[in-house]
Every structure is written in structure tokens, then in C-alpha cells.
Design a protein around this ligand. Structure first.
Ligand SMILES: Cc1cc2nc3c(=O)[nH]c(=O)nc-3n(C[C@H](O)[C@H](O)[C@H](O)COP(=O)(O)O)c2cc1C
Length: 173
């Protein structure tokens, strides 16, 4: 992928989270850890997808809010936009698995730009459900993009996933 311009866009919720069977307080979200490793490897630009309305600090409350948003097919408002999306050829798109797909904020993100002709490379962190239906959901929202095979990493394993991330990127390019 020489001469391509790469963006790594990710949503990640720091704070209270469920990791390897217990509630932990994460100063950096799991998906953010992976996004930063991809940034180091690819040299791409990093963009954090975030919502204007914060989720509750409490993990369980957040799962309830997220479930309600999914049922309502909500589109949470985002704090910032990528002004130069047209410049990018390749977009690594990262998110936690929330109720078997990505948070509704990522639906907002995907509907905010024209990804036609671009390559989208999904990556997610999860607690057992893997990538869920998220790859299919990206393909539905971006039918004119090429969606490559995503990487799913368990949240508790992100700090020792360097080789896995590197090998996955080597296979893609
Ligand atoms: C609202 C919510 C829903 C979740 N739903 C799932 C799920 O359906 N399957 C799963 O494996 N993990 C689920 N998880 C766990 C997260 O995917 C996991 O902790 C992830 O690593 C969090 O990434 P982050 O720190 O980048 O936000 C959920 C977590 C939250 C907060």
C-alpha cells in the first residue's frame, strides 16, 4: 500500500469496564491501545470518534444506555469531524464490540462521509463475542468500499498483542 494515505479512526470508552471477568478502571480504553499500535506501525493519522453526550461512568449503566440506543437505532452526535476525509485511501476503523456490533456513534461516523472507493479495515476489542456482526454492518453502510478482514482482540490481551497486530497488518499489505 505504498503512497496511500492512512487514517486510524477509533471509538473507545475509557473508565469502568468489564475485563477478563472483573470490573476494571481503564485510564486508556482497550481499543485506543490497539489504535495507537496500528498508528505506530502504519504511520497513519489518528482520529478519536467521541460523543457529545458522555456515557455513564458505571459499566452496567452504560450497557443499558447502549442497548437502548441500539434498539432505537440512535445516531449519537459526535464531538469532531475529519475535515479532509477525501485525502484518505485506507481507513482502519476501531471500536469495542457493544451488543455484537459497534457503538451507535460509529454508525454516525460511517454515515457522515462518502467512503466510496476507499478501503476500510475493521478492528475491535471484545469480551468474548469477537467481531460479531460489525464487518457485515460496515459493508451494509458502505457498499461501495472495500472492507478487508478485521482483527478482533480480547480487551484483556491488548497490552500483549503487538505481534498479532503486526502479523495481521503484514497479511493485509
Ligand atoms: C455497552 C457495552 C456493551 C458490550 N457488549 C459486549 C458484547 O456484546 N460482546 C462482547 O464480547 N463484549 C462486550 N462488551 C465489552 C467490550 O467490548 C470490551 O470491554 C472492550 O474491550 C471495550 O473496549 P474499550 O475499552 O475500547 O471501550 C461491551 C461493553 C460495553 C461497555
Amino acid at each position: 500500500m505504498a503512497n496511500t494515505k492512512t487514517l486510524i479512526a477509533y471509538y473507545s470508552r475509557k473508565g469502568q469496564n468489564y475485563v477478563a471477568g472483573t470490573i476494571k478502571n481503564l485510564s486508556v480504553g482497550n481499543t485506543e491501545v490497539v489504535a495507537k499500535k496500528i498508528q505506530e506501525i502504519t504511520g497513519g493519522d489518528l482520529f478519536e470518534i467521541d460523543t457529545v453526550k458522555a456515557y455513564p461512568k458505571d459499566y452496567t449503566e452504560t450497557t443499558h444506555v447502549a442497548m437502548r440506543e441500539k434498539k432505537e437505532n440512535a445516531r449519537p452526535e459526535l464531538t469532531a469531524a475529519v475535515d479532509n476525509m477525501g485525502d484518505y485511501d485506507v481507513i482502519y476503523l476501531g471500536y469495542p464490540n457493544w451488543w455484537n456490533t459497534f457503538p451507535m456513534a460509529v454508525f454516525t461516523f460511517l454515515e457522515s462521509y462518502d467512503f466510496s472507493g476507499k478501503t476500510i479495515i475493521p478492528f475491535c476489542t471484545h469480551e468474548g463475542s469477537g467481531i460479531g456482526s460489525s464487518e457485515r454492518d460496515i459493508k451494509k453502510l458502505c457498499p461501495d468500499s472495500t472492507v478487508l478482514t478485521g482483527l478482533a482482540i480480547r480487551g484483556g490481551n491488548v497490552s500483549r498483542a503487538d505481534n498479532e497486530i503486526q502479523n495481521w497488518i503484514n497479511r493485509l499489505i
